[in-house]
Design a protein around this ligand. Structure first.
Ligand code: NAP
Length: 288
């Protein structure tokens, strides 16, 4: 088992950069809430913050970080390139706009949010992803990003990308929660030394994960909450969860996952759950 004792114990990226093992998510946190939420999250201990251009809250996230009074180098900040900005020149421009909104001069991690897919781009999809990645590599070599990665890339997208890539992605951020375990994808990525981050680790808004009888039964057994069971099941697979909450009590509760270990039989029971909702998005079929 991993030697992780709290949310800021680190996991290793394939380029040697260390990343705090639980990140704070900001999807669907409106700009007028995000500044305080991020400041609160940092106050209660989070040092790894996950945002994206498309969340339209980067400016507020940047302010929350400034308000926290914590030194920039003691935080790990991730943002993502949105789909309308793919391509070499556009990626570079979008990255600078993200830095400007965050009021930062570097990012710890920058991700391609979604692969261009064949459904929308036909035979051009692979070329678009390759050109976008080439810009990411140049920004990385320029020292503006400590690590570069992808999000929502399935193994076949990675195989395609690696035909032209000079730098392998350090991270793939994909949807992982009970009911949507992406078991084969996680195995593939880990075998290729790409750290898996779990988005929607609690199932996201409106999912049935927290009220699932199996999750509740396991939560009772370990005297933990359903949310803590979800997060422990993720981290125990060596996957990095990114729970989002705008409530301080939940921000705190979501950290309390290091004083117990799920038995193999319980890990398996959770991995076998299906149909619990969440986005369950298929990156080859999205229209955005
Ligand atoms: N790369 C991508 O394509 C992608 C896609 C989606 C998300 N993400 C990232 O992953 C992060 C997490 O995903 P997510 O925000 O969709 O979903 P999530 O973290 O699985 O779930 C968030 C929901 O659970 C609630 N919640 C949080 N802690 C709880 C607790 N202890 N007990 C009960 N309910 C709790 C939150 O409500 P309150 O806020 O009201 O507490 C919110 O409604 C995002 O914020 C974002 O940073 C990335």
């Amino acid at each position: 088992m991993l030697e992780l004792t709290n949310i800021n114990s680190t996991m290793n990226l394939n380029n040697g950069v260390k990343i705090p093992c639980v990140g704070y998510g900001t999807f669907r946190t409106p700009a007028d809430v995000a500044e305080k939420a991020v400041k609160d999250a940092i106050e209660v201990g989070y040092r790894h913050i996950d945002t994206a251009a498309v969340y339209e809250n980067e400016e507020a996230v940047g302010k929350g970080i400034k308000d926290s009074g914590i030194d920039r180098q003691d935080l790990f900040v991730t943002s993502k390139l949105w789909n309308t900005n793919r391509g070499y020149d556009e990626t570079k421009k979008a990255f600078q706009a993200t830095l400007d909104r965050l009021q930062m001069d570097y990012l710890d991690l920058y991700l391609i949010h979604w692969p261009a897919n064949r459904k929308q781009f036909g035979d051009d999809a692979a070329k678009i992803n390759a050109e976008t990645w080439r810009a990411m590599e140049d920004l990385y070599h320029d020292g503006k990003i400590r690590a570069i990665g992808v999000s929502n890339f399935m193994p076949h997208h990675i195989v395609e990308l690696m035909k032209t890539a000079k730098v392998a992605p350090a991270v793939d951020q994909i949807e992982v929660h009970p009911g949507w375990p992406h078991t084969e994808e996680v195995k593939y990525l880990q075998a290729h030394n790409i750290l898996v981050e779990a988005w929607a680790p609690l199932g996201g808004q409106g999912a049935k994960v927290m009220t699932n009888p199996t999750i509740i039964q396991i939560a009772d057994k370990y005297q933990k909450t359903p949310a803590q069971i979800c997060l422990r099941w993720i981290i125990q697979q060596g996957v990095l969860p990114l729970p989002k909450s705008v409530h301080k009590d939940r921000m705190l509760a979501n950290q309390d996952i290091f004083d117990f270990e799920l038995a193999d039989e319980d890990m398996k029971k959770i991995s076998l759950l299906s149909n619990l909702g969440g986005q369950c998005a298929d990156p080859d079929n999205v229209d955005f």
